[in-house]
Design a protein around this ligand. Structure first.
Ligand SMILES: [Mn+2]
Length: 328
């Protein structure tokens, strides 16, 4: 668990640093981006924190998120002013494609460094620090700050704490190590209030989302001795509750959490003629095979497909027997 010397040297030598992360950024991506941004600025660096899309409402409580830049023309100007003294760092990104449609523009900045914890990261930078055993990129950014002898402000500490707590499922996943806890401890000592962070992350939904959840759960149907659970959401439900499809994230975990359930299915009406299907399985059941039969894909325990057809009932009649087969 040692920060590469080459990375420390590259940061010391660059006055201007471009930071980037993966598309559809999660808590680790956002927290690492904003946390490292603050740390480098405290060191006197000029920082360009790039995202392809503006920060989603869920993460707008993060300190420093208003400094995120999305314009490529601004990036070009930043590069011109920087001249030779520049470095790019990719955070929490398992491969170059995940940097988004402008990854080519970002990768033209040299040297290009990669800090990540995804298994299978090929190390697509000039300098690569990839440790798949790490809980989060946020944990690595904290170690980088320590290696740099840099100050971690209260704001940066909050960002890194968000990164770690979201990527470990609130310190529940197997990647949570003693070192993860040491870093969390250090961040709390710098002023992070865990209760407040947790509240911003998990007690911060709209009333509409709860009402939508109520409507979606009311559609629950069980099959095959309670081993298959199906829920659905319609465009009408979204309209009634003033919500969007984004609000249905994590809903599938509710039927999946039932002890008897082996496969949870979430049917989403994208529009009148299109249903998006998500499937989450437990144990040996391989739902990727079922998804492939409908032209979809994914992993054995998490996959999906899109269905151009008349309605939920017709789709369910086709799907449930195939899932029963996949379970046996
Ligand atoms: Mn991560």
């Amino acid at each position: 668990m040692k920060v590469p010397e080459a990375l420390i040297r590259a940061i010391a030598q660059a006055d201007n640093i471009v930071l980037a992360t993966h598309i559809n950024p999660d808590g680790d991506a956002m927290g690492s981006l904003l946390g490292l941004s603050d740390i480098l600025e405290q060191m006197g660096k000029r920082v360009f924190a790039y995202l392809e899309q503006p920060v989603t409402p869920l993460y707008r409580f993060l300190p420093g998120c208003s400094a995120v830049r999305t314009e490529l023309s601004d990036l070009a100007a930043f590069r011109r002013e920087a001249g030779e003294s520049i470095l790019a760092i990719s955070l929490d990104c398992g491969d170059r494609g995940r940097l988004g449609k402008n990854h080519g523009v970002l990768e033209k900045i040299r040297p290009f460094a990669v800090i990540d914890h995804h298994q299978g990261n090929p190390g697509f930078g000039d300098i690569n620090w990839v440790e798949s055993g790490r809980s989060s990129t946020g944990e690595m950014v904290y170690d980088l700050a320590t290696a740099l002898g840099a100050e971690v402000s209260e704001e940066a500490a909050e960002c890194l704490y968000v990164a770690i707590t979201t990527d470990t499922g609130s310190f529940k996943y197997s990647s949570t190590s003693a070192h993860t806890m040491d870093v969390a401890r250090a961040l709390i000592q710098r002023g992070v209030q865990p209760e407040q962070v947790s509240s911003s992350l998990y007690d911060n939904y709209t009333l509409g989302r709860l009402q939508l959840m109520q409507e979606v759960l009311a559609t629950l149907e069980m099959f095959n001795r309670d081993r298959i659970a199906v829920i659905r959401v319609t465009q009408n439900m979204l309209e009634r509750t003033y919500t969007t499809m984004e609000d249905t994230e994590h809903f599938i975990n509710l039927p999946r959490s039932v002890r008897s359930v082996r496969v949870a299915v979430f049917l989403k009406e994208v529009n009148r003629g299109l249903i998006s299907v998500s499937m989450r399985a437990k144990g040996k059941c391989d739902v990727a095979v079922v998804a492939a039969g409908f032209g979809g894909g994914g992993h054995r325990n998490a996959s999906g497909f899109r269905w151009h057809g008349k309605g939920f009932a017709e789709l369910q009649e086709l799907l449930v027997p195939l899932l029963e087969q996949a379970m046996d």
